[in-house]
Design a binder for this molecule. Structure first.
Ligand code: SF4
Length: 217
């Protein structure tokens, strides 16, 4: 894989907070807190590569996926391949299958996590390119509540993914530096102490006031 490829997980990071993606992808900061550590432990199990077969369903966990067209790569938590003569040919199984990707997330499903939906859509776009097929829908499984939610891979969602990839490219190429903005989610962000969003906003506010002052004087 090329080093300049975009990681699938960066889509989630970008939608959560563009400044967070900048800190992680460009400044190379990494930080854990209780929320991210919990997610990492729960994810370790699903990222172990393995294949399980039950009837016509073959589940592959920890499958590496990529898209040359989107310059994107990453790992799918689980890809369910249902053997069907109407499906696409999956060389590693030597079967024709209908494909359904599933992303595992920690926590509970309470409201729509649009960042998760878009990351899953991007995974589907990788799988569509790899297996030359069309995938209609996937699932997000919330480990905390054991709830599965269905995600439709609409043209609108795919367009959003492509737009986000353009923004991410601009950030990693150094053409855009998204600023920190203090929001409700910030106290739960593992980058909080590195980012200091409140201090950053106050400094920018004061800089702005000085600029206005100098323009008038
Ligand atoms: S603390 Fe807030 S502004 Fe800073 S990286 Fe995290 S979410 Fe973004």
């Amino acid at each position: 894989m090329d080093n300049d490829r975009i990681l699938l997980s960066w889509i989630t990071q970008y939608v959560y907070c563009p400044h967070r993606l900048y800190l992680e992808a460009v400044e190379q900061y990494s930080a854990d807190n209780i929320y991210t550590a919990e997610g990492t432990v729960q994810h370790q199990r699903v990222h172990e590569p393995k294949i399980e077969k039950r009837g016509d369903d073959i589940r592959i966990t920890g499958l590496s996926v990529y898209s040359d067209a989107l310059n994107l790569f990453g790992i799918c938590d689980e890809v369910k391949c249902t053997v069907s003569r109407y499906g696409c040919y999956v060389p590693l199984l030597d079967e024709k299958c209908k494909i359904t990707p599933t992303e595992f997330k920690h926590g509970k499903s309470g409201y729509e996590h649009k960042e998760y939906n878009l990351q899953l859509t991007a995974q589907a776009m990788c799988l569509e390119e790899m297996f030359n097929c069309k995938i209609e829908k996937g699932e997000i499984y919330y480990i905390g509540s054991k709830i599965r939610t269905e995600v439709q891979f609409t043209d609108a969602a795919k367009k959003k993914v492509k737009n986000i990839l353009i923004q991410i490219n601009q950030i990693i190429d150094g053409h855009a530096i998204p600023q920190a903005e203090y929001k409700k989610r910030c106290p739960k962000c593992s980058m909080y102490s590195i980012c200091n969003p409140k201090t950053d906003m106050i400094l920018r506010y004061i800089e702005n006031l000085w600029e206005q002052y100098h323009e008038k004087n």
